[in-house]
Design a protein around this ligand. Structure first.
Ligand SMILES: NC(=O)c1ccc[n+]([C@@H]2O[C@H](COP(=O)([O-])OP(=O)(O)OC[C@H]3O[C@@H](n4cnc5c(N)ncnc54)[C@H](OP(=O)(O)O)[C@@H]3O)[C@@H](O)[C@H]2O)c1
Length: 264
């Protein structure tokens, strides 16, 4: 299926590795003009070089930005717009929140978690959406988590704050649906990245199991019997970004190998 994404300008934040990098690679392979970002200039430049080498797409630009810092988000949007003139697709991804139970986390952890998981999306969207309205075309895609529907022990920040992101995405779908803009969310389950290994290490330290055993344990509830890949999330993003998905608006789509059992 031709997705028609050639020369669309996509911003994929938090993309030096893991899910963000997988999404960026797929969009680069679809010939998007791309801006990727992370907190570390060296790792985001390395990711940029890897994407160019793998896809042959030279229209990939990297920016250092901490998504929990508003001035960094300002700069990220400013540099993307200066480089490519516009932003057609926001494939929002962010860094993982601090793990912990309600008892473990203090007020500062909560404030940081809200900035990282919610306010970064608000700041980005606020700055990007006016250009989409002007063009009467835009794609807002929020990569969240399956924790939205099924809380995970020891991830209280993710379990709580990401629900607000779903509320934001739904509200945007309502407000901008008549202006050629769609807003959708993605709820991924276990995707094989460093973050997933970190969660396994955490289970291991609390349960006395080895990290390998913890990695296997996490798959017990996944009917597909395997981890997903970052590129598989990328294929879903690419479809949602395309005109083929123009009637999909205000949904939260699961990509979890069947992990979450509920129908809705
Ligand atoms: N993997 C899964 O199975 C899974 C499942 C559900 C939800 N999630 C969520 O999906 C998101 C991506 O997960 P992942 O597995 O790809 O994680 P990952 O492999 O740890 O990659 C995280 C990426 O985010 C960047 N990053 C971290 N903090 C940042 C910040 N404050 N500002 C900007 N960039 C930041 C990192 O680069 P720098 O360190 O250089 O900044 C890196 O590029 C996270 O929010 C995670 O909680 C993951």
């Amino acid at each position: 299926m031709e997705l028609g994404l050639k020369d669309k300008v996509a911003l994929v934040p938090a993309s030096s590795k893991g899910i963000g990098l997988g999404v960026a690679k797929v969009l680069a392979a679809e010939s998007c003009k791309l801006v990727i970002s992370s907190r570390d200039q060296d790792s985001i430049s390395t990711a940029r070089d890897a994407i160019v080498k793998e896809t042959g797409n030279k229209n990939v630009f990297s920016v250092r930005a901490d998504l929990a810092v508003k001035t960094d988000v300002d700069l990220l949007v400013e540099q993307t717009t200066r480089k490519f003139g516009t932003i057609d697709i926001l494939a929002y991804n962010t860094g993982p929140p601090k793990p912990g139970t309600f008892a473990d986390l203090n007020d500062a952890d909560w404030e940081q978690g809200v900035k990282l998981l919610l306010m970064s999306a608000v700041w980005l969207t606020k700055r990007i959406v006016p250009g989409m309205v002007q063009k009467k075309w835009g794609r807002l895609i929020y990569i969240t988590s399956s924790t939205l529907r099924q809380p995970v022990p020891n991830l209280v920040l993710s379990n709580t704050v990401r629900l607000s992101l779903a509320g934001l995405s739904k509200s945007l779908a309502l407000e901008y649906g008549s202006k050629g803009i769609t807003s959708n969310g993605i709820m991924q389950g276990h995707i094989l990245t460093d973050r997933q290994r970190q969660v396994a290490k955490d289970i291991s330290s609390r349960s006395g199991k080895s990290v390998d055993e913890a990695m296997k344990q996490m798959l017990q509830d996944v009917p597909a019997g395997r981890y997903g890949s970052s590129e598989e999330v990328g294929y879903l993003v690419a479809f949602l970004a395309s005109d083929r998905a123009s009637y999909i608006n205000g949904t939260m789509l699961a990509i979890d190998g069947g992990l979450v059992r509920s129908v809705f």
